[in-house]
Design a protein around this ligand. Structure first.
Ligand code: ZN
Length: 388
């Protein structure tokens, strides 16, 4: 028989202090994720209802399992107090189990502990890497835009863009509307980093905490703080670095122009088919993969739609119109080539180095003014080098 206690006789502990092997605990937390299912018990074949999900109190987020929960009144966002919760261990992490002896009651948001942000280590954007430890970012939102995705047949709006500080720029995706606007200066806790095409990306979800900071908490022009690297040196940094390079546009690599993407995962379709989701109606996207050369090497720079439109002056709708009137998508690529080649650009973004050399997923691009005669000489030199 498990020992039991009434509220009050068992001190409340923070989720960050949960350890496997503790006697039953008294905790307070908010449900930040949950799912309900039915299981058949092995002993007597009885059907039991189980809720499982994540509980957060601001100090940590832990998994929980709730046996025979009430049929309703428990939702994402519910704050609850649980007395006599069992602490179990799963993959070396503590998690909670609420059983018949656990006393659970609704609690107020105001009872949740306030977290001292200083207890979470501050990380610079340029230092972000895959890691398990909690971190804090203090950044400026460079851009943000909503996008609709389908996850397990559910339509969801996600928000993606870029975060910058003095050290660099990183893409982010938020699965919750934090009402971010370009220029907002924010503190972020409870985010995590994943690698997307070899480049670190910050993911924010229900477990993440975002709060506003004064505008001067983060420098407003991080671009000037990004050291310019030669393409050769940038390539030497390997995959996953954030770099700023400059070079002359000497080519356009495929696929450039109109690309049809999977509406779920945004991968480029091949013959109307996504490698993961099968035959899907493609979503039109405009992109350029610019080959930049600076004499020390070449880099393939992938520009997302917004940046492609910005530097080429050609919008997706104009490109689609062009295709409608003349029915060949190759013309769009030709048009991009005409508008971009021979120009010099400064690009910031995340690197990937593979058998094709250096690729940069651009998070920022700006044209650099050059003397046209110098540009022509440099272009013909670069082209003759590539043809040799
Ligand atoms: Zn897909």
């Amino acid at each position: 028989m498990e020992p039991t206690a009434e509220p009050g006789s068992l001190p409340e502990i923070r989720l960050k202090d949960l350890r496997a092997g503790l006697p039953p605990v008294h905790i307070l937390g908010r449900i930040v994720a949950l799912s309900r299912r039915e299981v058949t018990t092995r002993t007597d074949g009885r059907r039991r209802s189980v809720l499982s999900g994540l509980l957060s109190d601001g100090t940590a987020t832990v998994r929980f399992t709730w046996w025979d929960p009430p049929a309703e009144g428990v939702d994402r966002g519910t704050v609850l107090r649980a007395v006599n919760a069992q602490v179990r261990e799963f993959r070396a992490r503590a998690e909670l189990s609420f059983g018949w002896s656990t006393k659970i009651e609704p609690a107020s948001e105001l009872e949740l502990p306030s977290v001292d942000p200083r207890s979470v280590p501050l990380r610079r954007v340029s230092e972000l890497a895959l890691q398990d430890d909690p971190f804090r970012l203090e950044v400026r939102v460079r851009d943000v835009s909503p996008r609709t995705v389908t996850v397990r047949e559910e339509r969801r709006t996600i928000y993606s863009g870029h975060l910058t500080d003095g050290s660099g720029t990183v893409p982010f995706t938020a699965w919750v509307d934090f009402r971010l606007k370009p220029g907002d200066v924010i503190r972020v806790m409870g985010g995590y980093v994943r690698l997307f095409r070899g480049v670190p990306e910050v993911t924010l979800d229900e477990r993440s905490h975002v709060e506003g900071l004064p505008p001067d908490a983060v420098p407003s022009s991080p671009k000037s703080a990004d050291a310019l690297l030669s393409i050769g040196v940038a390539e030497g940094r390997g995959t996953g670095a954030l770099v700023t390079i400059e070079g002359l546009a000497v080519g356009l690599a495929p696929p450039s122009g109109i690309v049809r993407r999977c509406p779920t995962c945004a991968r480029a379709l091949r013959a109307g088919t996504c490698g993961i989701h099968g035959a899907v109606p493609g979503v039109a996207d405009l992109r350029a993969r610019l080959v930049l050369d600076d004499g020390t090497g070449a880099a393939t720079v992938s520009l997302p739609q917004e940046a492609t439109e910005q530097v080429s002056g050609l919008t997706l709708s104009q490109a689609l119109e062009m295709v409608r009137s003349d029915s060949t998508e190759a013309r769009v690529e030709g048009e991009l080539r005409r508008r971009l080649l021979g120009k010099r650009f400064r690009v910031s973004g995340g690197t990937r180095v593979d058998e094709f050399g250096l690729s940069v997923a651009a998070t920022g691009i700006e044209p650099i003014q050059v003397d046209p005669r110098t540009a022509v000489a440099a272009l013909s030199h670069a082209l003759s080098e590539r043809l040799r």
